[in-house]
Design a protein around this ligand. Structure first.
Ligand code: FEO
Ligand code: CA
Ligand code: CA
Length: 630
């Protein structure tokens, strides 16, 4: 979600509450950093202009082979976008001189050629809700490209449409009819769209939308299935008896090793409101408070015309529990009903990264993006291939854990299980534990973090996680001198027993604050993807220095060297990193350009001061046809 929006919303005192009193990560890190400073002496700070705290690791695996490889070729060698670009108003993206980009699938593009009229950003017209259901949605965020097995120049792009504000989508602050609500709902959700690289055009060929029987839109009105421990829970049934429908605020995502797409429901609470007004807030339950429900939500106003989203309507009393999950979608089968995997817990799921761990288990790492919320992992019960063969989803049977980071650079994964007497004293079943995972994690003593966003599995076996910022940090310390911490950092850890163990060792990969004032300056790291060569790609979401807009950076995980590949347009966010199997085409999203205001930018249209800017996907290639990031 847009950082400024998150801030505005979070500044409402009652938005979400973590009253667990668990020791915050800020506190743990202060202790850990001061101890490490003593142990390590002078750090790599001076050498790299920023803070890469991987000394112990670098020394251990600085092997002969690695040195040889590094001598041969620099991992990241492209011309960076300089800071000075920010001196101009950014109405168009700026990319490294060694790279080029095309724009595809802006909001309003027909899902298939001819499937709907195109909406091109005319402020005087809007698509109908029916048309929008056959167009690409808005709020482009997490995505993954699933190449065809027989034709690598063709495939299905699964892409999340996280959010579009009412002014951006409807041209007004509140819906005035059910049709307005249906349009708002139709532009949210997920698109599965077929792309193919034409043989015409420039050297690499252009990617364009083509027809496919597997193309589909998934919205908050699409039938869904629940599986896992909470599937049959009464807490997921309404007195009204309505069937489960829809997914919303689909933020980050991740592919599974078996070729499906996982989409993550983040700020679902904001789409609910209470028609009874402010009095609702006085009678909220502990669970509603912990998940941030509020009588006027984020101002979408769906509850005024669609009872499912009215927190005051007792007929739909458990509709709210049907959101906050990870949803599995088969991008190669449009007839598949998306499945909400309850074993992975209910919280504000940012994104998910899956490693294949010891014994072939699927291990999923997940952030809960709220100030002072947690990092989770899920481990499948058995070898994922065997489970699939036996007809059991690896995401239905397994264990859910939450992370506790200790002062000494170690940590523990705490299992969220009803077999734990602490949880059995509060909950009656595993279903309740997963539905109220945040409360279960509070009780176990998980470490409150600075807004966990994306995770990724590094080529070095580390799991990396962006902690985007925490504007409510109150206590400055030597390692994090800003109070509040507005720039964020990236943490990483290595689990015991090849991802599957319950203990880990961690350190801080980068403090973004340590890059300020350099050519590598960035803040608010958010989207994250590691390639197989040791590069880490970062998309940012928050104010950047030097007048820079949000950016795409590439970092050498080994040396800490970073380069800026791309900067976006005014008031956007750069997110949703995915790549073709040959690693020569990268797709990256420009989300909420100009925050929807034609005064800020008209991208991707020509700059005319009138056309509504539209979320879109950039197709990035290297001019010399090389590997992306090199
Ligand atoms: Fe949807 Fe936390 O970003
Ligand atoms: Ca994000
Ligand atoms: Ca963010």
């Amino acid at each position: 979600m847009s950082d400024h929006l998150e801030r505005d919303i979070d500044d409402k005192e009652n938005y979400s509450v973590n009253n667990s009193g668990n020791r915050s990560f800020e506190n743990v890190f202060q202790k850990y950093a001061s101890r490490r400073d003593v142990l390590a002496g002078s750090m790599a700070v001076a050498a790299t202009t920023f803070f890469v705290t991987n000394n112990a690791v670098a020394d251990d695996d600085d092997s002969y082979l690695w040195k040889k490889r590094r001598k041969r070729r620099k991992l990241i060698d492209f011309a960076p976008v300089p800071n000075s670009v920010g001196e101009e108003d950014n109405r168009e993206p700026t990319i490294s001189d060694d790279y080029q980009f095309d724009v595809i699938i802006p909001w309003g593009t027909p899902l298939e050629p001819g499937s709907a009229p195109e909406y091109a950003g005319d402020p005087n017209t809007r698509p109908s809700s029916k048309e929008a259901c056959r167009q690409i949605g808005i709020g482009h965020d997490g995505m993954w490209f699933f190449a065809d097995r027989w034709n690598r120049n063709r495939g299905m792009l699964a892409i999340n449409h996280e959010f579009g504000t009412n002014p951006h989508v409807l041209g007004k602050s509140s819906p005035e009819s059910l049709e307005d609500v249906r349009l708002s709902q139709a532009v949210h959700g997920v698109s599965i769209v077929a792309l193919e690289r034409s043989r015409r055009g420039h050297k690499m060929g252009n990617w364009e939308v083509v027809s496919s029987r597997n193309s589909r839109r998934i919205t908050v009105n699409t039938p869904m299935e629940f599986s896992g421990p909470a599937a049959d829970s009464e807490l997921l049934q309404n007195p009204n008896g309505n069937v489960p429908l829809g997914t919303v605020n689909n933020c980050g995502s991740g592919p599974t090793p078996w070729g499906t797409y996982l989409t993550c429901e983040e700020n679902f609470n904001g789409y609910f409101g209470a028609t009874e007004g402010e009095s609702f807030n006085d009678r909220r339950t502990e669970e509603q408070l912990r998940y941030g429900f509020d009588f006027d939500g984020f101002g979408y106003g769906w509850e005024k015309f669609d009872k499912r989203f009215d927190l005051s309507d007792d007929d739909y009393i458990n509709e709210q529990n049907r959101f906050g999950w990870i949803v599995e979608i088969d991008p190669r089968d449009a007839s598949q009903k998306p499945v909400k995997r309850t074993a992975m817990g209910r919280f504000k799921h940012e994104a998910v990264a899956i490693a294949v761990g010891a014994g072939g288990r699927a291990v999923a790492y997940m952030g809960d993006d709220q100030r002072f919320d947690y990092i989770y992992k899920y481990v499948s019960a058995d070898n994922y291939r065997q489970m699939l063969k036996d007809g059991v989803s690896p995401l239905d049977e397994g264990k859910l854990y939450v992370a506790r980071f200790d002062d000494d650079g170690t940590g523990e994964w705490l299992e969220l299980t009803i077999d734990n007497p602490v949880l059995a004293a509060r909950f009656s079943s595993q279903a309740e534990v997963v539905i109220y995972a945040r409360i279960a994690a509070d009780l176990l003593g998980a470490t409150p973090m600075d807004r966990p966003e994306w995770t990724t599995i590094g080529a070095d076996g580390y799991v990396y996680c962006t902690l985007t910022n925490n504007s409510r940090r109150e206590t400055p310390n030597a390692a994090n001198p800003e109070a509040p911490n507005l720039t964020g950092h990236i943490i990483r850890w290595k689990d015991s027993r090849r991802y599957t163990g319950t203990t880990f060792e961690w350190d801080i990969f980068i403090l973004a604050s340590s890059t300020l004032g350099t050519e590598q300056t960035f803040g608010s790291p958010d989207a994250l993807w590691a390639d197989s060569f040791g590069r880490i790609f970062i998309g940012t979401d928050g104010g950047q220095e030097f007048g820079l807009q949000d950016q795409l950076l590439v970092i050498d995980a080994k040396t800490g060297e970073s380069r800026r590949m791309l900067t976006g347009v005014n008031s956007d966010e750069i997110t949703g990193i995915t790549i073709t199997p040959d690693q020569r085409t990268m797709f990256v999203n420009v989300q909420h350009p100009g925050n929807g205001s034609p005064d800020a930018t008209n991208f991707p249209a020509e700059q005319d001061g009138v056309t509504i800017p539209r979320d879109c996907t950039l197709v990035i290639t290297k001019k010399d046809g090389g590997i992306i990031g090199s």
